[in-house]
Design a protein around this ligand. Sequence first.
Ligand SMILES: *Cc1c(COP(=O)(O)O)cnc(C)c1O
Length: 222
Amino acid sequence: MKVSENLKSIIEKIEESCRKSGRDPRDVKIVGVTKYVSEERAVEAFEAGVLHFGENRDDGLDRKRAVLGDKPVWHFIGSLQTRKVKSVIGKADYIHSLDRLSLAEEIQKRAALPQKCFVQVNVSGEESKHGLKPEEVLDFIRECSEHDKIILEGLMTMAPLTEDQELIRKCFRELKELQEKIQQLGIKNAPCHELSMGMSNDYQIAVEEGATFIRIGTALVG
Ligand SMILES: *Cc1c(COP(=O)(O)O)cnc(C)c1O
């Protein structure tokens, strides 16, 4: 399938979910996840109108940046090893996987300009998933607020891999509630106005529950 056709159908589904939940579709941004596809396919996606791109490894980010440069907005969505920070910083506009203080400290040390980050939260509690436990997030955000090179734009999660739609919905809803608590703290470098949630098989639920960035690979470029 052409990316343009996939994109059209995804946009229609986003619009449908927005109608259901009373949201403005302009508040939902699609991050095209190109980690499994070629540079050519990424270029095709850009030409089809995808403005945000997500990669989960530093070398993948470099390869896609080599063909698309600074034209798109770049998102680093994979778990980030501390020693890899220096090869991602300055290249990714957003890092979606901030999940520990040592990583925040390394970003603080390496960043020339403030770095937009998402705190990754393991809402589902699955052991295979990265991220802070929901009950750890508020303290973590208070601690991060000492680092002026980090801007906490929002929260990120991955829903469990399940057919159970209600379980997925509950997971997204919890992330939204956590966001509201963080916003009440009124911390200057933690505006936390974004929610990065929803992938190919659950983005409609995520949009209904308030996602502002959905990260789509398979359904868009696969
Ligand atoms: C791979 C990946 C995606 C995209 O997954 P699809 O199911 O292909 O849409 C989204 N988010 C993260 C963190 C990923 O690693």
